[in-house]
Design a protein around this ligand. Structure first.
Ligand code: ADP
Length: 447
């Protein structure tokens, strides 16, 4: 039984985890950089420890500081949230070596899924369809070119250690290939410390569809349905929905069970998301995330499952409180990522929030760490709030979203609220008619 959790994160996800802990009667320890001394997650936690200066490398990513903070505060577990150290297998291993519980899967599973080539091989072996591409690393340009010719263009060159929408280069034709391949390797080496790349067929107009799974240490694994995260810019999601409008209940049920069985066979525990591209009625696996995801609330509000609570309980050794047959989907949900960015140029915006007014009313949930007068520092991810709405069907959900976005006031900095308002009125969004390139098409001039 976990009694005290150190939350190794900041912003809305630190507050989200803190709330789950409070509901469970678990004590909380916040960590923060000097830039975040007055942040909401620090104010709401039972205790807090300053772990370093503003730069993430010196604070939220500083493993010795984070582990020392857990030891001195007497925490018995660390929740990494998303981003920062959440998918760092060395960190999770060190946490366990210090006698603390890492609220996430085993280090081996984090490492396995952090290597996208290994992840694809693993799920191919377990019978899931993957995006067609090279069998493994392509470390030689002659072989790579031959393979690309055989696959047919366009081809995507992806970094084995890539993430966050980075580490991908597209070769639209044979003449593009050599330069794209060399650039991908060079950039991957610099960004991820690993220049292994692989090839994938570039799908022209897919949707991004991902399944949420949750598993305990007793071999129970359930899926909580899927999310459609096709509305993206620069391969990063800005709007997510549950469920998708393209899978039938029968397909969802059989495919979801197949996924849960495959993950169960690995002996995986904790939460996880298997990401797929959907084209011409087929789903193709691209990668698995081994942590809580930004968009988990849309699944929570349609299933009534508190995913973070289940995650904490499972890490402490409890059995899942739900079985597959208990999972019901109720209505439709949409999440808008409110980033501190200009809606036209996507340039990040830092500053002090004024006139803060949060929407409410039926169907509305806001996960954020904002308050009137709070600072949005320039050092961190631009996601500052998530607006999640749920209604009985998708059209009612869009109406609820328009209402809530209209009420939302965040002055003092730029946000993506104007973009989301435009999207709620766009005929293709209303019709659910979009793929992963939709936003690029409508924002061609600035993307
Ligand atoms: P990351 O780990 O950086 O998020 P992913 O492999 O999950 O990388 O891909 C991120 C996004 O890039 C996907 O949601 C999709 O929009 C696009 N993408 C990835 N692979 C392909 C592909 N083979 N064809 C077309 N688009 C792709």
């Amino acid at each position: 039984m976990i009694k005290k959790v150190l939350i190794a994160n900041r912003g809305e996800i630190a507050v989200r985890i803190l709330r789950a802990c409070k509901d469970l009667g678990i004590q909380t320890v916040a960590i923060h950089s000097t830039a975040d001394a007055d942040a909401m997650h620090v104010r709401l936690a039972d205790e807090s420890v300053c772990v370093g200066p503003p730069q993430p490398r010196e604070s939220y990513l500083n493993i010795p500081s984070v582990i020392s903070a857990a030891c001195v505060s007497g925490a018995d577990a660390i929740h990494p949230g998303y981003g920062f150290l959440s998918e760092n297998s060395t960190f999770s291993h060190m946490v366990e070596e210090h006698g603390l519980i890492f609220i996430g899967p085993k280090a081996d599973h984090i490492a396995m899924m952090g290597d996208k080539i290994m992840a694809k091989k693993t799920f191919t072996r377990l019978g899931l369809p993957v995006v067609p591409g090279s069998d493994g690393t392509v470390s030689n340009i002659t072989k790579a070119l031959k393979m690309a010719d055989e696959m047919g263009y366009p081809v995507l060159i992806k970094a084995a250690g890539g993430g966050g929408g980075r580490g991908m280069k597209i070769a639209r034709s044979r003449s593009d290939f050599t330069e794209a391949y060399e650039t991908a390797r060079r950039e991957a080496g610099i960004a991820f410390g690993n220049d292994r790349v692989y090839l994938e067929k570039y799908l022209a107009a897919p949707r991004h569809i991902e399944f949420q799974i949750i598993a305990d240490k007793f071999g129970n694994c359930v899926h909580l349905g899927e999310r459609d995260c096709s509305l993206q810019r620069r391969n990063q999601k800005v709007w997510e929905e549950a469920l998708s409008t393209v899978l039938t209940p029968e397909f969802r049920n059989s495919f979801g069970r197949k996924i849960a069985a495959a993950v169960g066979k690995l002996g995986y525990f904790g939460v996880g998301t298997l990401e797929f591209l959907y084209e011409n009625g087929e789903l193709y696996f691209i990668e698995m995330n081994t942590r809580i995801q930004v968009e988990h609330p849309v699944t929570e509000v349609i299933t009534g499952t508190d995913i973070v609570r289940e995650q904490i309980l499972a890490a402490g050794g409890d059995k899942l409180s739900i079985s597959q047959d208990d999972v019901q989907f109720n209505g439709h949900a949409i999440e808008c990522r409110i980033n501190a960015e200009n809606s036209d140029t996507f340039i990040p915006s830092a500053g002090t929030v004024v006139n803060y007014h949060c929407p409410g009313g039926p169907g509305v949930r806001v996960d954020s760490a904002l308050y009137d007068g709070c600072k949005v520092p320039p050092y961190y991810d631009s996601l500052i709030a998530k607006l999640i709405v749920r209604a009985n069907d998708r059209q009612q959900c869009l109406a609820c979203l328009r209402r809530a976005l209209g009420e939302y006031v965040i002055d003092g900095i730029d946000t993506l609220i104007p973009l989301h308002l435009k999207l709620t009125d766009h005929p293709d969004v209303i019709a659910g008619n979009f793929d992963i390139h939709f936003l690029e098409r409508i924002y061609e001039t600035v993307l």
